[in-house]
Every structure is written in structure tokens, then in C-alpha cells.
Design a protein around this ligand. Structure first.
Ligand SMILES: Cc1ncc(COP(=O)(O)O)c(C=O)c1O
Length: 373
């Protein structure tokens, strides 16, 4: 059977326009962007053009964009960078129970170095309650980090409400927008955030590049010390090749129209599964406030990995892992309070620009034949 890719939240293919924009920087413009001669000029100008494109997508200024190696580095830079720079003002950070490991692990690291971390819980749909953030704030709180949209279930967090609270208290707000950039609007002014993480390979740019938006005036200690690249926020000779890839992808991502087609296909898959399985299939995540491409469903009483294995050639993810013969739910589903017999049957289908109606119907047909209890 023809392979079908429904794992766009894990990674996207490189858009052909992105690849085309990058090619000259693979083959020709090799100069060090920091050099003062002719061989540097093309690379330097391309990096600054790419920086403007990333900024434009976010409604930010170009000098507020720091290129990184990806989402994980951007999250590490946001958390450790602000923690280190602002520790004289206090050592308390608030985050949520459903963050990506690249937020949770830096928090764990910081907790081993004297910082105090509070994790606010989520409800059954995966949403935090902004009032929990309000209640968690202490005079020592220096940073709140709440993801924009969850990678597993797609639930979108009420960031604007959180930012009203953090602003009142003069606390910086970071969001991990690795999953939301290119899928929903991510204007930093509307969201009210001071730092925002982008991961290139989730939005049709290559792996190995990302960015951190840092609002002007936000204290930030670099993770990588060296020469003054990236406005002194990340040392190391910049890659024009990767910056151009991310810049072009961000330029394309300003058009959210293709996501409406994706939403229709996503809902078509859900409708077909509901029609076939009725109450034996359950939606994980928020019914409305959810990424338009993400469908996380549980086949009640079944094991997601076993269904996927029988689907043959369908790339998707499960919400559980098998450890020593026992099915262990993902930390996200656990935090949402999903019961074990529901969570173990979870499969995340994440669609993208390349998904077709034929593919969705083929997956629905295959599921109908293999997932019958
Ligand atoms: C929500 C979220 N944050 C951060 C990351 C990490 O991004 P990267 O793979 O670019 O390091 C991912 C990737 O899975 C993600 O889904």
C-alpha cells in the first residue's frame, strides 16, 4: 500500500520554494557573514533579510529575532537565559504540566541550581487555568513559560489572558510556539509574550534551525558565549543557508489559508471515525481551541501502537509507550487525567499542506478494518 504521512507535528518536508531559496547558499555564498569583504556581503544581507521575514510573521522587529539550532535550543535559551540574567530579582519560574521536554528539562536543571519551579495543572482538554498562574505568582517570580499549542493533542492555551496577568506583575512571559507557528496566528503583540520559540522543521524549513523572539529590553544571558553574533545573544558564525531556509518558510507561513483546507480534512477524518466507531472513539484535546491540523483520538480499550502497526505504511504517532509489557501513557495524556484504558489507545494524526482527501479516506478505511474491537 502507498505510504501516507500524517505526522506533520513530528516534522514537515522542506517546501520546494524553501529549498530553491537555500540552494545558492549551499553552492555559492560561502563567505563568513562577519567578514568585511565582497565574499561576505551576500551572506550577511541574506541573513538580515531572513531575520526580517521571521520578524514580520511574528509582528516583531528584526533585531528581536535570534537564530538558533531549533526549538529545543530556543526553549533552553529562553528559560536558562532569562533565569540567569534575572536571578538577582528572584528565582521562581512558572510553567505547565504539558510542556515539551525542551522546556521541562531546563526547568528541572534550573531546580537543581536553586531555582524554584511551579507547574500549573491542565484540565481534561489540556488547557491551563490562567487563575492558577495568578495564584502561583510570588514576589520572586521572574518568568512564566506556557506553550502556545500542545504537540500531542493540539490544545491552544489562553496566552493573552496569561499575559494580562504577567504584565500586571511585571513578569516576563515565554511561549513555546514550535507547533503553532504556520498553523495559527502568532503575533507577539496579540499574544502579549516577551519570548517566543520557533522550530524550523515544523514549518517546512530544514532541521537544525529555529529562532527565539526576544522582546527589546528582556534580560537574556547567552547559552553560547563567544564573539558578538546575534546581538550578543548567541555566539557562533551564522549559517546563511539555514537562516534563508527559515526566513523563506516564515514568509510562506504568513498565508494561513492552506490551513483551512487542512482543517476540513482533519474534521473529515474525525467524522468518518465517529460514524464508524461511535463512542468507542474519543477525542483527546480541546474540541475547538485546537490546532487545525491535529487529531488525537483514542480507540477505547485498544492499544494505539498495535493499531498503527496494522495500518501499514501510515506514519502517525501514539500517545503511549510499551515498557516491560505495560502500556505507559504519555506525560501529556497523564496530566490531562485521561484514564489508562482510553489513553493507551491514543493515536495522533497530524496533517499538513501535502495531505489529500484520498489519503484521509484511505486512512479512515484502513482504520475501519483494523480497529474493530
Ligand atoms: C512543542 C514543541 N516544542 C519544542 C520542540 C523541539 O523542537 P526541535 O525539534 O526543533 O528541537 C518540539 C518538537 O517536537 C515541539 O513539538
Amino acid at each position: 500500500m502507498r505510504p501516507i504521512y500524517l505526522d506533520y507535528n513530528a516534522s514537515t518536508p522542506i517546501d520546494p520554494l524553501v529549498a530553491a531559496a537555500m540552494r545558492p547558499f549551499l553552492e555559492d555564498h560561502f563567505g563568513n557573514p562577519s567578514s568585511g569583504h565582497w565574499a561576505a556581503a551576500g551572506a550577511k544581507a541574506a541573513i538580515e533579510d531572513a531575520r526580517s521575514k521571521v520578524a514580520q510573521l511574528l509582528g516583531a522587529e528584526a533585531d528581536e529575532v535570534v537564530f538558533t539550532s531549533g526549538g529545543s535550543e530556543a526553549n533552553n535559551l529562553a528559560l536558562k537565559g532569562v533565569a540567569w540574567a534575572a536571578k538577582a530579582n528572584g528565582g521562581h519560574i512558572i510553567t505547565s504540566a504539558v510542556e515539551h521536554p525542551s522546556v521541562l528539562e531546563p526547568c528541572r536543571f534550573l531546580s537543581q541550581h536553586g531555582f524554584k519551579i511551579t507547574q500549573v495543572p491542565v484540565d481534561r482538554t489540556g488547557r491551563i487555568d490562567p487563575d492558577d498562574v495568578r495564584r502561583a505568582i510570588t514576589p520572586q517570580t521572574i518568568l512564566v513559560s506556557i506553550m502556545h499549542a500542545n504537540n500531542e493533542v493540539g490544545t491552544i492555551q489562553p496566552l493573552a489572558e496569561v499575559s494580562r496577568i504577567t504584565r500586571t506583575h511585571g513578569i516576563r512571559l515565554h511561549t513555546d510556539a514550535a507547533q503553532s507557528v504556520g498553523k495559527i496566528a502568532t503575533d507577539v503583540g496579540t499574544l502579549g509574550v516577551d519570548l517566543l520559540t520557533i522550530a524550523g522543521h515544523k514549518l517546512y524549513a530544514p532541521k537544525g534551525v529555529g529562532a527565539l523572539y526576544v522582546r527589546r529590553g528582556t534580560p537574556l544571558e547567552p547559552l553560547i558565549h563567544g564573539a558578538g553574533h546575534e546581538g550578543g545573544r548567541r555566539a557562533g558564525t551564522e549559517s546563511a543557508l539555514l537562516a534563508v531556509g527559515l526566513g523563506t518558510a516564515c514568509d510562506l507561513a504568513r498565508d494561513l489559508e492552506p490551513m483551512e483546507k487542512v482543517r476540513v480534512l482533519r474534521d473529515r477524518l474525525w467524522q468518518r471515525l465517529r460514524a464508524k466507531f461511535d463512542h468507542r472513539v474519543v477525542l483527546n484535546g480541546h474540541a475547538e481551541d485546537r490546532l487545525p491540523n491535529t487529531l488525537n483520538v483514542s480507540f477505547v480499550g485498544r492499544v494505539g501502537a498495535e493499531i498503527l502497526a496494522q495500518l501499514g505504511g501510515v506514519a502517525a504517532s501514539t500517545g503511549s509507550a510499551c515498557h516491560a509489557g505495560r502500556v505507559e501513557l504519555s506525560p501529556v495524556l497523564k496530566a490531562m487525567g485521561v484514564p489508562s484504558e482510553v489513553g493507551m489507545g491514543a493515536i495522533r494524526f497530524s496533517l499538513g499542506r501535502g495531505t489529500t482527501e484520498e489519503e484521509i479516506d484511505a486512512v479512515a478505511d484502513r482504520l475501519a478494518s483494523v480497529a474493530v474491537a
